[in-house]
Each structure stands twice: as C-alpha cells, then as structure tokens.
Design a protein around this ligand. Structure first.
Ligand code: 13P
Length: 262
C-alpha cells in the first residue's frame, strides 16, 4: 500500500435544519472562527441556503456542498435538483447518506448514477457508506461497506485528486449519541482504505476517509488519533458554533500537516 496523504476535512451536514436567515448567521459565525484553518472545513446546508451561503463565504477558505443531487441534468423530475444546477454554486455534493438510503429508499444503483452525474459536472463527491445495527450484529459490516463502495466506484473513469471523499457512517451511531469506539471506526476506515487501493489505484492514497456518527468535541480528538481517519462528517454538533469549531481544532491538532519550517 502506498503512503496515504489525504487532506484532512471536517464537514458539517446541517440536514433539514435552520431557516435561510439562521443558516446565513451560522455560516458567518463559522467563517469568523474557521477561515484559514489548517484543515479543510466544509458546510453542507439545505438547498435554499446554497446561493446566499456562497455569497457569505466568498473570498474565504470554507468549502460549500449540497446534501444531495439527482442523477440527470434536466427534465421532468419534480422536486429534484441536478448537478448541472449546483456546479458553479458549490464545490461538493454528499451522496449515499444513510437517511437517503433508508428513509427515502435510494438504491445502490441510484447512488452510483448520481455519483457519475455529479462527476460530469466537476463536483467533488462525498460518498457515505455504512451498516445498520442489524447488519453489524450479523457480522456483515465490512460486506455492507464493500457493497456500497463497489456499487458506486467500480468501473469509474479515472478518479483524480480532490474528486472524492468517503464518509464511514454506521447508521446506529447517527443522531443516537452512540459514537463508534475509536477501534470500531479505525477497523472499518482501514478496510475502506485498502478497498479504495484496489478500486482506484494510486489516487486512493489522496482520498480522505471521514467518520460520522455522534461526533462531539468530547470524542473528536480520540477519533482523529486513529491512523485511517482523516476527518469527520458532523451532524448535530455542526449546528452549534462552539462545538463545530472545537471539532475542527481537534482535527487540526491531530491531523494537520505541520507548517513548513523556513
Ligand atoms: P450526528 O453527528 O448528528 O450523529 O449525524 C451524523 C451524520 O449523519 C452526518 O452526516
């Protein structure tokens, strides 16, 4: 395996929370605290927030992403948003989140089509993968993660640096306060790293692997100490300015490359 060298990333998935006015206020506060961070920081607000947030974040270092997109560029798909519409407004798109897989019934096949569509429009994809509690109890965790990765990534045209992020989010840890132990998170993230080597070749060493599921300022540092965790996808705590900033600081202290000596 080649030496891994991904850029650390902390992304806040706001899910279906905040009005536009609240979201702009939250983004301004986060920008004030986090512009110039030594790790990548990204906000994933609801769709109506993207345009005002792009404006509020302009000229700074925070990245902006959408929580979803559709698999077609245009047409009769009422209520959907296409990657062609997102390109130029935001940098990234989150796909395959378990709430979309399990609440909204998205299949592996649909996630794979969305990923290809997003790539056509130059959006970096944050692909979320992870097992349910029943799957973990059956001992199927790694098989489920493999299925999510293979169905989305197999047969892709060459992936280049900065085009893909993987987020490991065990469904039982999301919004429950039951964070995976650092050992559980590391085991699956290390597995993802070796699967990415196989599926993507050399570029795999640059793909950040995030952990998500009840990440808080209290557990973040220990998670970031694990060798195969390059950051976090944060839900609830990303809506609280101080908590999110503390998580980013933990990532900086555990993962940020040292400033070059002069
Ligand atoms: P919580 O941090 O609220 O558990 O949510 C995690 C998540 O689903 C991020 O995408």
């Amino acid at each position: 395996m080649t030496l891994r060298r991904p850029t650390p990333l902390v992304a806040g998935n706001w899910k279906m929370n905040t009005t536009v006015a609240e979201g702009v206020e939250l983004a301004r506060s986060l920008r004030a605290g986090l512009d110039g961070s030594r790790v990548e920081v990204e906000l994933l607000p609801p769709f109506p927030h993207l345009v005002p947030l792009a404006e509020a974040l302009r000229g700074g270092t925070l990245r902006l992403g959408a929580q979803n997109c559709y698999a077609e560029d245009r047409g009769a798909f009422t209520g959907e948003v296409s990657p062609a519409m997102l390109a130029g407004i935001c940098d990234d798109v989150l796909l395959g989140h378990s709430e979309r897989r399990h609440i909204l019934g998205e299949s592996d096949e649909l996630v794979a089509r969305k990923l290809r569509a997003a790539r056509r429009h130059g959006l970096r994809v944050i692909l979320a993968v992870g097992e349910t509690e029943a799957e973990r109890l059956e001992g199927a965790t790694l098989a489920v993660v493999d299925r999510h990765l293979r169905s989305a990534l197999e047969g892709l045209e060459e992936v280049r640096e900065q085009e893909l992020v993987i987020a490991y989010e065990p469904v039982w840890a999301i919004g429950t306060g039951r964070t995976a132990t650092p050992e559980q998170a590391e085991e699956v993230c290390a597995h993802i790293a070796s699967r990415l080597d196989e599926l993507l070749g050399e570029v795999a060493s640059t793909v950040p692997i995030l952990y998500g599921g009840s990440v808080t300022p209290d557990n973040a540092a220990e998670l970031f100490r694990q060798p195969h965790l390059d950051g976090a996808l944060v839900g609830g705590a990303s809506l609280e300015v101080e908590a999110f900033i503390a998580i980013v600081r933990a990532c900086e202290s555990q993962r940020a490359p040292r400033a070059p000596s002069r």
